[in-house]
Design a protein around this ligand. Structure first.
Ligand SMILES: C[S@@+](CC[C@H](N)C(=O)[O-])C[C@H]1O[C@@H](n2cnc3c(N)ncnc32)[C@H](O)[C@@H]1O
Length: 205
């Protein structure tokens, strides 16, 4: 991730720019520093895989480091009941298949949090939430391939070869079905991303 971030930089580093690698749960990241702008880009949903049960503490810690604007970008969790609709049901099944493959490979899947939950945490942390915006998602071929590639790579780590063979067959079926749905519906229109903007309460007074 750090290497690809470095490659993505379009202009040269300024002296003050840093790419820092570390786990927020270890407590030693950027000690004592505060920031004008803090942006959590799909971070909260990923925390369960890197620092389980740390989502609340992370939001509170990072809110306390913010002097100006605090942004949280995330994916609204899919509705837990299988949607009574072909595309929604497929996208939900795809997510469940990815998580199941990760669990069976003894890995920890991501866990997404609703915007409402994030807003409540920020308010408890003494922030004022100034905006919440939702953006409808339309998944394309790259997403389908990426999710199923994760599944295949995890199946390679299964202890039970019969289970692995059955899952590989199911993944191949999901690939064919997903590609057909993308063609038929011009992508998979399902779910929403959100952006929340907040400020420390003191800044508003
Ligand atoms: C879904 S990725 C998003 C990355 C980037 N914003 C993007 O869209 O390409 C989530 C990132 O959160 C990071 N992450 C998750 N939990 C973390 C933690 N406890 N401390 C530091 N980074 C964490 C992961 O390393 C991963 O790079």
């Amino acid at each position: 991730m750090a290497d690809s971030a470095r490659r993505a930089l379009t202009s040269p580093h300024r002296k003050c720019d840093r790419i820092v690698i570390g786990n927020w749960a270890d407590g030693g990241l950027l000690p004592g520093e505060r920031f004008d702008t803090v942006l959590l880009d799909y971070l909260i949903g990923a925390v369960d895989a890197f620092a389980p049960y740390f989502q609340e503490a992370l939001l509170h810690q990072l809110a306390a480091r913010t002097r100006g604007s605090f942004y949280v970008i995330g994916l609204e969790p899919y509705v837990p009941v299988v949607a009574d609709e072909e595309v929604g049901a497929f996208v939900g099944d795809l997510g469940r298949l990815r998580d199941a493959c990760q669990l069976l490979a003894r890995d920890r899947p991501y866990r997404e949090y609703p915007a409402q939950w994030v807003v409540a945490q920020l308010q408890q942390a003494g922030m004022t939430v100034t905006d919440t915006k939702y953006f409808r998602i339309r998944y394309r071929q790259q997403f389908l391939a990426g999710q199923l590639d994760i599944c295949e790579s995890r199946v390679g780590q299964f202890a039970d070869p019969a289970l692995a063979a059955a899952l590989l067959e199911h993944i191949a079926q999901m690939r064919r079905r997903g590609e057909a749905l993308i063609d038929q519906h011009d992508g998979l229109a399902y779910g929403r991303d959100y952006v929340i903007r907040a400020q420390p309460l003191n800044d508003m007074l």
